[in-house]
Write a protein that binds this ligand. Structure first.
Ligand SMILES: [Ca+2]
Ligand SMILES: [Ca+2]
Ligand SMILES: [Ca+2]
Length: 201
């Protein structure tokens, strides 16, 4: 009897899981569901160009990520912007970025334009290492532009900003979310069933 009653619940859970997975596929992985390649060099991994409040008072930040298997000396590397008021920042000498590590600089004044700005990363020899697309954020919010997964070519405008840490953990794995949804649905339906049985007794 229990199995018979759960059959519609199972179907419902599977259906909802497929909906969730489909939605995540559209929203997080952009146009491709294939695994996204991760860069083989240090990248600009996240940036916040319009944090809450007056940007001239600080709060904007840029995050670098080292997806390689080796630590990288990023001392005297340059980050600069390309739109409107051009800003430039030199990373302090002696700064090392561990394999798989994140590094963040938070600016004390306006650095990045809020509309159509991009960031370029040069190494200590002035060689081009990485750059971002032209992106905008005029929402004065905690969302930032982030590569997801870290080091990939897929940029998402996501909450929360995670300067210095792995990007967009709130999305999690679609497969894990689907499993959680299945169990949650089954638990809800089963508890309703138990209530019904209890009333009958
Ligand atoms: Ca702002
Ligand atoms: Ca923002
Ligand atoms: Ca981050």
């Amino acid at each position: 009897m229990l199995r018979g009653r759960l059959r519609p619940a199972t179907l419902l859970a599977i259906f909802l899981s497929l909906v969730v997975v489909g939605a995540l596929g559209d929203g997080v992985y952009a146009s491709s569901t294939a695994p996204l390649a991760v860069a083989d060099h240090v990248v600009i991994n996240e940036f916040e160009q319009d944090p809450p409040g007056d940007d001239r008072r600080g709060g904007e930040f840029v995050e670098l990520y080292n997806p390689t298997a080796q630590p990288v000396d990023i001392g005297k590397w340059i980050i600069y912007t390309t739109h409107g008021d051009i800003s430039s920042y030199e990373i302090p000498a002696g700064t090392s970025l561990a394999s798989g590590g994140f590094w963040q600089v938070t600016f004390t004044e306006q650095f990045i334009d809020n509309t159509e700005d991009s960031l370029v990363l040069l190494n200590a020899f002035g060689q081009h290492v990485d750059e971002t697309p032209n992106l905008s954020d005029t929402n004065d919010d905690l969302n930032s532009w982030q590569r997801y997964p870290d080091g990939s070519e897929n940029w998402v405008y996501a909450l929360p900003s995670t300067g210095g840490a792995v990007n967009v953990p709130e999305y999690g794995s679609p497969a894990i979310l689907a499993i959680v949804l299945v169990f949650t649905t089954l638990l809800i339906l089963r508890s309703k069933q138990n209530v019904t049985q209890h009333r009958r007794h």
